[in-house]
Design a protein around this ligand. Structure first.
Ligand code: AMP
Length: 501
């Protein structure tokens, strides 16, 4: 038996002398060197008592060693579980008790705080710092550079990724070898990624976007990866002239646009700019094209399903849409009440089925049954709408939908009107409890630099463009919208902050 993911992503590179990781402008690691070092890490895992099927939890800075740990975990037949570095001790305690790992890898600065958590779970604790040093790397040093790959069936788990859990507890999405590999193959093909590509990698690697969409496709194609610890405009602009691809969240693109050094010339060598994880404003899309001559390719996916839709590589990349279903993935829009498919043009629940869709939530059979139908369709909680020619637009999250006086209001429709008003940089519309209406509509607005917004003028535009029941009852002008590391606006925080007034 083989090990689907390891055999496709890493094994083929065992003798590949090409450059894999570039840091500070120079080759840091070839593919063959990487595979040999990953084998040393796999020995270290085995020595730490990690057996096939065991979970390996890591909460550490973004380093090449963390990628080595990912490869080693797969080669050892274990399950990779990276955690957002923002999580605090109590949150990590929950993940560790829930996932019951054999090994917890953390930054040396948190080893004291997390020591008893690991002990209670019966897990070993090893460390990895921002430079890739620590007891994990030490344990790998001097180990043999070959490791006998542990066989895994296609349905065996390769990773457990916890959802961000903006409502209720985070859930562990179980991702199999087949889930990850099928999506990797489809994306590599769809975006025409090859060994000639050089990807700028500035995303975190505890999330599906940076870990699977970006790294798995680069590994599968044998591309070069310019590995950055995080997003930094200067570093990206320095890397652009020799790179061919960038994968980012929308804030990458708005920040790049704020810098006059982003020009057609600077992006002349680039083949593809991809955006996802949060909505890219049509305005940003058009501004980027005007500045660089490149059409950003927007795609849509999530932790549980990997990627579901993408704008075409060769066809029209339509601003404000997430494109069309990827080959092998069915994406339908259904009535949220009945689950019946809706006619094209109507707004409804997005449901997804395909080899990319996860195996369910870790130890939460009821949650799994609520969201994953017997037919194999996953109910995403995203609301969407198809155009006549098959492009999907995300209208919002079902839990963000506002029901006011019995009427449904989709925040995005109101946000689109607000964002179009001169002087408004961006907006977030959300519902707050209201004694009369059930929910009242609040709009948080961010002004363009140097602009003082006139709420009278804004309400006049809203009155003209939207039915009365969609009008925000209150406006809050903020200096910026609260966002998480993936660029998503945190409406739960806005509801908390502005709900009780
Ligand atoms: P996560 O599981 O953290 O990747 O979050 C997935 C969610 O991000 C999806 O369910 C969508 O709500 C949102 N999302 C991802 N890509 C896009 C996109 N291109 N446009 C709008 N929302 C997106």
């Amino acid at each position: 038996m083989s090990n689907l993911l390891y055999d496709a992503l890493f094994a083929p590179h065992a003798t590949n002398p090409s450059c894999f990781i570039i840091r500070a402008g120079i080759t840091d690691l070839s593919y063959a060197e990487f595979v040999a070092r990953a084998a040393q890490f796999a020995h270290a895992l085995q020595a730490a008592g990690v057996h096939p099927g065991d979970r390996v939890v890591v909460q550490a800075h973004k380093t090449v060693e963390m990628v080595l740990l990912y490869a080693a975990t797969l080669q050892a037949g274990a399950v990779f579980l990276p955690l957002n570095t923002a999580y605090k001790r109590d949150e990590v305690a929950y993940f560790v008790s829930d996932a019951a790992p054999k090994l917890l890898v953390c930054d040396p600065s948190s080893s004291e705080a997390l020591g008893d958590i690991a002990e209670q779970a019966g897990a070993r604790l090893l460390t990895l710092d921002a430079d890739g040093h620590g007891s994990l790397s030490e344990a790998a040093e001097g180990q043999p550079s070959q490791f006998e790959t542990v066989p895994r069936a296609p349905g065996d788990l390769a990773a457990l990724l916890y959802t961000s859990g903006t409502t209720g507890r985070s859930k562990g999405a179980m991702l199999s070898h087949e889930n990850l590999l099928s999506n990797t193959q489809v994306l590599t093909d769809h975006w025409q990624i090859t060994a000639k590509d050089r990807l700028i990698h500035a995303l975190p690697i505890f999330h599906t976007h940076g870990l699977f969409v970006a790294l798995n496709t680069a590994l599968y194609a044998g591309s070069q990866v310019v590995f950055m610890p995080g997003f930094d405009v200067d570093a990206i602009l320095n890397a652009l002239p020799d790179a061919t691809m960038l994968m980012g969240v929308p804030t990458f693109y708005t920040r790049l646009l704020n810098d006059p050094r982003l020009t057609k010339e600077a992006a002349a060598n680039m083949r593809l700019f991809i955006s996802g994880s949060a909505p890219l404003l049509a305005e940003t899309h058009e501004a980027f094209t005007a500045r660089t001559g490149h059409r950003i390719l927007e795609r849509y996916g999530m932790t549980e399903t990997n990627m579901n839709t993408s704008n075409p590589y060769d066809g029209e990349r339509r601003a404000g849409t997430v494109g069309v279903p990827l080959p092998g993935t069915e994406v339908i829009v259904t009535d949220p009440e009945t689950g019946a498919p809706l006619p094209q043009g109507e707004v409804g629940m997005i449901e997804v089925r395909g080899a990319n869709v996860f195996q369910g939530y870790w130890q939460m059979p009821e949650k799994t049954a609520e969201e994953l139908r017997d037919t194999g369709f996953f109910i995403t909680s995203d609301l969407g709408q198809y155009s006549a020619d098959g492009y999907l637009t995300i209208v919002g999250r079902s839990k963000d939908m506002i029901i006011t006086g019995g009427y449904n209001v989709y925040p995005k429709e109101v946000e689109d009107v607000l964002n179009d008003i001169d002087g408004v940089l961006e907006s977030a519309v959300f519902g707050v409890p209201d004694a009369d209406f059930g929910e009242a509509i609040v709009a948080a607005l961010v002004a363009e630099p140097g602009v003082a917004l006139s709420i009278d003028q804004i309400t006049a535009v809203v009155k003209e463009k939207l039915a009365r029941f969609k009008h925000p009852g209150r406006y809050e002008v903020l200096t910026e919208l609260p966002r998480n590391t993936m660029g998503k606006v945190q409406k739960n925080l806005l509801r908390q902050e502005y709900g009780a007034r």
